[in-house]
Ligand binder design. Structure first.
Ligand code: PLP
Length: 399
């Protein structure tokens, strides 16, 4: 039997929680987290099996339901986020789908901000309506639009902030008030802010979801996700969905992600510092039409960002003067920054949303979201900031 030695203390600050929180040690007393690669669990006798299945004994039954390595990942994030309960999932999209599916049924209505990660938008716009759940997309920064979209059957509000790829910042507390009044659940996709810089539950949200694939892994190794909320909802609605449909996290991924959590604070701090330096360097340059960085005073929602975020971001959006051709020239001239659609990675990555991540939504939807042909999304990594600045400077000269 494994003994839970320490799950975390409320007095621990985030960095301590991220190193020690949720750790369970086997009788061998291993220093690092054990990787329990097992589908199932054996019982000492028939009575023990019966007790496990009827819930009298809270031990493990089957890894689709729960697994000790995954539990450690869930408990560590739960402690960090200040949530009552958490469920790890196979990917960020599995987490988003799980949170929405657990919140609605046929006949219900969902409101979501337009500026969503492509697949999240697909779930709200295309998938949910197929099952009798209507959805309304609003401009997330316009609180009046959220209010006007509420219907008697509205059961979930969904947003991400900062948004992908234009880094709009949505007032989470204001949307949470609308959700409360409507008797709906506010679900926040907190991927871009990371748990280091934004705590949606403390701002009034009911559910937080992450793609752990991004900053939590932080080294581009595996996919993962997590849903965090109150104990009752996770037990009553989220758990049965996971148990019976199987979007659970693999123990191996949980083990990789636990390692990522240990270094999350220093990675996010360093990457954001470098991102801020690059943003300051690019702002106001003649070939840069627009520079969007949540940590700068010229950000369109700078006041909201200051109120609800504890730091800038590892991400910036750059609009190069001269449209697609100029943006491609800039991208192709970079030597250290690689072209990839991942983000939050140790390696700096750049993407041209209009031709990649946001190609399929069409020109009209892109225009509505401010995703012009000159916009690039830069995820700043852990390289020496001076090397990154020189790389960006050289690329700008090539435009
Ligand atoms: C990447 C991402 C997702 C999806 O996560 P996966 O792990 O790729 O499934 C969802 N939301 C946001 C904001 C993301 O950046």
């Amino acid at each position: 039997m494994t003994e839970k030695t320490k799950t975390g203390s409320e007095n621990w600050r985030p960095s301590t929680t991220l190193v020690h929180g949720g750790t369970m040690r086997s009788p061998f007393g291993e220093t690092s987290e054990a990787l329990y690669l097992t589908q199932g669990f054996v019982y000492g006798n028939a009575e023990a099996a019966e007790a496990r299945f009827n819930g009298e004994d809270p031990g493990y039954v089957y890894s689709r339901y729960a697994n000790p390595t995954v539990s450690m990942f869930e408990d560590r994030l739960k402690a960090l986020e200040g949530a009552e309960a958490a469920r790890g999932t196979a990917s960020g999209m599995a987490a988003v789908n799980l949170a929405l599916m657990a919140a609605v049924k046929a006949g219900d209505h969902v409101i979501a901000a337009k500026a969503l990660f492509g697949s999240c938008r697909y779930i709200c716009e295309t998938l949910l309506p197929r099952f009798g759940v209507e959805s309304t997309l609003v401009d997330g920064t316009d609180i009046a639009q959220w209010k006007a979209a509420v219907r008697p059957n509205t059961r979930a509000l969904f947003l991400e902030s900062p948004t992908n790829p234009t880094l709009e910042v949505i007032d989470i507390a204001a949307v949470a008030d609308i959700a409360k009044e409507a008797g709906a659940r506010l679900i926040v996709d907190n991927v871009f802010a990371t748990p280091m810089y934004q705590s949606p539950l403390q701002l009034g949200a009911d559910v937080v979801v992450y793609s752990a694939t991004k900053h939590i892994d932080g080294q581009g190794r595996c996919l993962g996700g997590v849903v965090l909320s109150d104990e009752e909802w996770i037990t009553e609605e989220v758990m049965p969905f996971v148990k019976h449909t199987g979007p659970h996290m693999s123990p191996f991924s949980a083990w990789v992600l636990l390692k990522g959590l240990e270094t999350l604070p220093i990675r996010v701090a360093r990457q954001s510092e470098s991102a801020a330096q690059i943003a300051d360097f690019l702002a106001g340059k003649p070939k840069v039409k627009q520079l969007i960085y949540p940590g700068r005073d010229d950000h369109p929602q700078a006041e909201v960002a200051k109120r609800q975020m504890r730091g800038g971001s590892t991400m910036l959006a750059i609009e190069i003067e001269g449209g697609k051709e100029a943006a491609f020239r800039f991208t192709n001239a970079l030597e250290i920054v690689r072209i990839s659609n991942n983000l939050g990675d140790a390696k700096s990555l750049i993407t041209h949303p209009a031709t990649t991540t946001h190609q399929s939504i069409g020109e009209e939807a892109r225009a509505e979201l401010g995703i012009t042909d000159g916009i690039l999304r830069l995820s700043v990594g852990l390289e020496d900031p001076q090397d990154l600045l020189e790389d960006v400077e050289k690329a700008l000269a090539a435009v």
